[in-house]
Design a protein around this ligand. Structure first.
Ligand code: CP
Ligand code: NVA
Length: 300
């Protein structure tokens, strides 16, 4: 494992070894133990989009591992003025020990890995959000045990979150059902790959997708960069919401997860959100542990 560009690059063993290390690091931190696995190392964190969780959890994470995080806004870097990715990464490879990048185009992340000589971590693109899904899997396993055979249902936009959840959950041995409008399906290649496992369903029917789910998941209807489509999307996604009726389709003890930020009364009601706040914020905390595990795997 040289980079974390998307979850489909991982083997099942690699995925589980990250989750195991994330659990270990979480337990160590709870016991007040912080081992300097990355003493003297520097992580550059490039952001072309906003962030609360990713930015703070990576910066705190590298600090707790004994290293240093550099927040690099694309507004201040020359890439914001058009400097080539291939040039930027060849320069940054000479200063840094790793890069986390949040951007629009998955190709920019893949190009960094191709032209650079340090580990690249995808901190969200329009295509994927692998770090989030590592934290999600850690959370489901922590709260409900063994992932094999468990069912996750995602309701909403077939976006970066849906794409990474499909890959991550299937790779972990789970079943995945997506409920989305016909025009907002996840990536076609990812769906084809998932369908071949016999553990995947994509439907417009929420009751069908949510049936017997161990975890229900949703995300905003308009992602970063889609703000101009917000009104059209509000119409298209009407009804694609986790609410108390949808909860009755899932298992009685079903978890509710959300990558955050959340828009109450759009993709999730305030009532369901608050009833499941404990697991949603455990999930947010696990970003820290899962990403520390990724950094140790890639940069130590
Ligand atoms: N879930 C997530 O990635 O949050 P941020 O956009 O705040 O980083
Ligand atoms: N789909 C959302 C996820 C935010 C963490 C977005 O891309 O904005």
């Amino acid at each position: 494992m040289k980079h974390l560009l998307k979850l489909s690059d991982l083997t099942k063993e690699e995925l589980y070894s990250i989750l195991d290390l994330a659990d270990e690091l979480k337990a160590e931190r709870k016991a007040g133990i912080k081992k300097p696995y990355l003493a003297g190392k520097t992580l550059g964190m490039i952001f072309r989009k906003s962030s609360t969780r990713t930015r703070v959890s990576f910066e705190v994470g590298i600090h707790e591992l004994g290293g240093k995080g550099l927040f690099l806004s694309s507004n201040d870097l020359q890439i914001g003025r058009g400097e080539e990715t291939a040039d930027t990464i060849r320069v940054l490879s000479r200063y840094l020990d790793g890069i986390m990048i949040r951007t629009f185009d998955q190709k920019e992340v893949e190009d960094m890995a191709e032209f650079g000589s340090i580990p690249i971590i995808n901190g969200l693109t329009d295509y994927a959000h692998p770090c989030q899904v590592l934290a999600d899997l850690q959370t489901i396993r922590e709260l409900r045990g063994d992932l094999e055979g468990k069912k996750l249902c995602f309701i909403g936009d077939g976006n970066n979150m849906a794409n990474s959840l499909i890959v991550g959950c299937i790779l972990a041995g789970m079943k995945v059902a997506i409920a989305c409008p016909a025009d907002y399906k996840p990536d076609a290649e990812i769906m084809k790959w998932a369908e071949a496992t016999g553990r995947f369903l994509c439907t417009e029917s929420i009751p069908e997708a949510a049936a017997d789910a161990d975890a229900l998941y949703t995300d905003v209807w308009a992602s970063m960069g889609q703000e101009g489509e917000a009104a059209i999307r509000r119409k298209a996604f009407e009804g694609y919401q986790i609410n108390s009726t949808v909860m009755t389709y899932a298992k009685p003890d079903a978890l509710v997860l959300h990558c955050l930020p959340a828009h109450r009364e759009e993709e999730i009601t305030a009532e369901v959100f608050e009833a499941h706040a404990a697991e949603i914020f455990e999930e947010a905390e696990n970003r820290l542990h899962a990403q520390k595990a990724v950094m140790v795997k890639l940069m130590a």
